[in-house]
Ligand binder design. Sequence first.
Ligand SMILES: Cc1cc2nc3c(=O)[nH]c(=O)nc-3n(C[C@H](O)[C@H](O)[C@H](O)COP(=O)(O)OP(=O)(O)OC[C@H]3O[C@@H](n4cnc5c(N)ncnc54)[C@H](O)[C@@H]3O)c2cc1C
Length: 364
Amino acid sequence: MARVVVVGAGIAGLSAAIHAVSSGHHVVLLEKKTKIGGRGTSQNIDGFSLHYGPHLVDKSGPFFRMCKKLSRVKPDVKSIRLDKIEVTGHGPIRPVGNIKQAALNKRAIRKRSRTNPYYQALIFLSNWGIEDNEYRVNSVVKSRLCVSNEGWIGLIGRLGAALDEVGVLIETRCEVVTIDGHQVHLKDGRNFSCDAVILACGPNGAKQILQPINGDLAEQKFSQLETSVASCVELGLDSRPMAGKHCLIDLEQNAAIIDYAAIQPKLNDTGSHISAIMVSEQSSNSSERLEELLNQHIAGWSKHIITDLRQSRIAVGYSNRINFDAFAKHHILLAGAWVQSDYALSDAAADTGKRAAKGIAGIL
Ligand SMILES: Cc1cc2nc3c(=O)[nH]c(=O)nc-3n(C[C@H](O)[C@H](O)[C@H](O)COP(=O)(O)OP(=O)(O)OC[C@H]3O[C@@H](n4cnc5c(N)ncnc54)[C@H](O)[C@@H]3O)c2cc1C
């Protein structure tokens, strides 16, 4: 049994802690903020579960499978439907009542035709256009990309409760500043002794901790990592401007507008829960462009706001990701959406958390 410190209680850190404890290790999970979940959480405001931008869960992916496995009551999810996804300027991905067009679209998607707007829209929706992930594109086609009735806070809560049940200490307001051999140092002056560390604190947090340990390797690995950023707005509305559509995708603007309530009626049966995202270059602030997009596609939305939450330039995805064991010689493993995985987004976070936990035995 090893003493393991996991740094960061986002999805990757929670997954790492769950898998490390189930492998028989003694685990402490340290989180610098006041609550767990990182970018994968939501907050309940005025009856709406508002997220850091749209969050669609893949019910066949490692994140949802882990939540399901650890829960007594199965989470209730509803799928986003191809006949209700519209590509602006082109029409629905599966047009009802136009069998010929529906067959053409299906063929283009099956052939993975990169010049076809419907296939491009699927790539965008599956992974916010960051890097192709065949697995997740298939998930949209097979109706496995879903909205949960409890928001991500519910799914994250299930992971926190599972850790609590097995007695794993989750310490919030604990910022790790340095690692010195087998000692983890916190900003508040406390230290934790351990045999292995899993850094699940995002690429910026990990880089800061790793630089003093092995500056050359940190520079080499992190200089290759590419991050894409997005602006997002979440809106609770007392109207239904999407008229039952699940999603609108604007390929020219790298943007999507989703109505969670249309997909998962349990979230709101009279109004709508709009979640819009625009992925952009690091330097550009797309918040204003996102509002223009909403005016263009769901006119009148601003007169019906019950509640809203806005984010600008939040890191959404990564390419040229780093291997989970790149710093294994220092007894440090990596986990997160920015770490190499066959999966993307939250599924990459859950998958790499598991791989790091399973890798502990090999570095002791
Ligand atoms: C706009 C947007 C849309 C998204 N859409 C989807 C989607 O549709 N589907 C999907 O599956 N995924 C989606 N994602 C991705 C998903 O939210 C992330 O991939 C996932 O939450 C990342 O988890 P993580 O644990 O790797 O990192 P994070 O969530 O960033 O967690 C890192 C944690 O480490 C903590 N930390 C940092 N530094 C320290 C330190 N020094 N000491 C202690 N703690 C520290 C942070 O406070 C944080 O809690 C989306 C993300 C965004 C931003």
